[in-house]
Design a protein around this ligand. Structure first.
Ligand code: FAD
Ligand code: UDP
Length: 371
């Protein structure tokens, strides 16, 4: 296949990283961009679509937009209207439901206490927390905040299921993502901007990529066409090890199998997401998708998440060994001046959506030519 038109940029991947850069380069710098996406859709892991029951489902796990970054919010607001949404998660432990992140209500229900103020909760944590001089891993960070019992109950088994590693084998940043509250705030996030794209993420991406300078090849692995396309520079947002033909071995990414079920009831569970934090179930969480959008349907669709090693790469696995291996790839990538490696897969970083958008916008600010 020969593609005669010449492009300024070949962008691999139509997720947030690839799409934000494509949109900016096309609309602000009048660059001609070809996006190559191996899946049959845009939006990367934020992809959502209506299932056959009329319910908007997130195909790669629940994607909740939250940010404190006004620039990111304003930027994305050009392509979507928003619906106010604050995510609330419950943890299922031995058949009982508790607010997660751990807060005052969690403690009172779990231990039959009657803590009334932030001060009392702080004192409680103080009495059970383990002193750590250095925080080396995900176990250290949690036991140093809330003590061993809460760590064992809410974090240990969920983490083991999610990563197939003990928390002490993972960087503190993994479990450290989850805050600990002394108040009764049951929201999963406390960011200033918490919204969902009114018509879904895919529609937002469609608007972003609808530009005369942007062309997209779907269902195409970039390796199949890269020698047939004429382009100046490449932006790569796929996995680093694949790009370099695994010369330093496979870089582990964690994957998930999503099991969908439609249920003949209006609702299935009391909140959008329930985390199964003990080891009685193999899945980590159950998401009720219509609670993430404005769907009014008589049935409901849920998905159960079964983490696994094989399959689509979703999560970089933040261990020391993996970071060392990634650094070998990073050194290789630094030798290639005409290719920019960015995004969650290529940078091997556990980024949220807003972090990726912010990084891409900053990159453009710092260097108008990018690479
Ligand atoms: P991706 O979205 O992974 O996009 C990369 C694209 O490159 C993919 O479409 C892929 O198909 C394509 N690609 C890869 N290799 C090739 C190739 N060889 N040829 C062509 N195309 C290729 N963030 C939040 O802010 N809130 C959340 O609630 C949230 N929940 C999440 C839940 C799950 C289960 C997961 C996995 C992630 C979640 N995230 C969440 C993170 C969010 O998905 C990422 O921050 C975001 O998708 C990163 O965008 P990206 O463009 O870097 O990567
Ligand atoms: N986690 C946990 N119990 C919970 C929620 C999270 O142990 O109820 C740990 C687990 O290791 C998880 C990490 O904290 O992978 C980050 O949680 P988050 O909800 O941010 O995961 P994501 O939505 O990114 O999968």
């Amino acid at each position: 296949m020969k593609i005669n038109r010449e492009y300024d940029y070949l962008i691999v991947g139509a997720g947030f990283a690839g799409s934000v850069l494509a949109e900016r380069l096309a609309s602000q710098q009048n660059k001609k961009v070809l996006i190559v996406e191996k899946r049959n859709h845009i939006a990367g892991n934020a992809y959502d679509e209506y299932d056959e029951h009329g319910i908007l489902v997130h195909r790669y796990g629940p994607h909740i937009f939250h940010t404190n970054n006004k620039l990111v919010f304003d930027y994305l607001s050009q392509f979507t209207e928003w619906r106010f949404y604050e995510h609330k998660v419950l943890a299922s432990l031995n058949g009982e439901l508790y607010p997660i992140p751990i807060n005052r209500i969690t403690l009172n229900k779990l231990y039959g206490m009657n803590l009334q103020t932030d001060e009392e909760v702080k004192e409680y944590f103080q009495s059970v927390r383990e002193e750590k001089n250095v925080i080396l891993n995900s176990e250290d960070i949690i036991v140093s905040r809330v003590g061993r019992d809460l760590f064992e109950k809410f974090m240990r088994y969920y983490t083991k299921k999610q990563w197939n590693l003990e928390p002490k084998e993972l960087s503190p940043s993994v479990c450290g993502r989850i805050p600990v509250r002394t108040n009764a705030d049951c929201r999963y996030f406390t960011d200033k901007y918490q919204f969902m794209p009114k018509e879904g993420y895919t529609k937002m991406f469609e608007k972003m990529l609808n530009h005369k300078n942007i062309k997209i090849f779907m269902n195409t692995d970039y390796k199949k066409i890269m020698n047939d396309v004429r382009y100046d520079k490449m932006i790569y947002t796929g996995p680093m090890d694949y790009f370099f033909d695994y010369i330093h071995g496979k870089l582990p990414y964690r994957s998930i199998r999503f099991e969908y079920e439609n249920i003949e009831h209006e609702y299935f569970q009391s909140t959008a997401q329930i985390n199964y934090v003990d080891d009685s179930f193999e899945f980590t969480r159950v998401v009720e998708h219509k609670r993430l959008s404005e769907n009014k349907t008589t049935t409901t669709t849920i998905s159960r998440e079964y983490p696994q090693i094989n399959g689509e790469p979703f999560y970089p696995i933040p261990t020391y060994e993996n970071k060392m291996k990634y650094n070998l790839y990073k050194k290789e990538s630094a030798k290639i001046k005409s290719i920019l490696f960015c995004g969650r897969l290529a940078e091997y970083q556990y980024y949220n959506m807003d972090q990726v958008v912010s990084r891409m916008l900053n990159m453009l600010k710092d260097n108008a030519g990018l690479i």
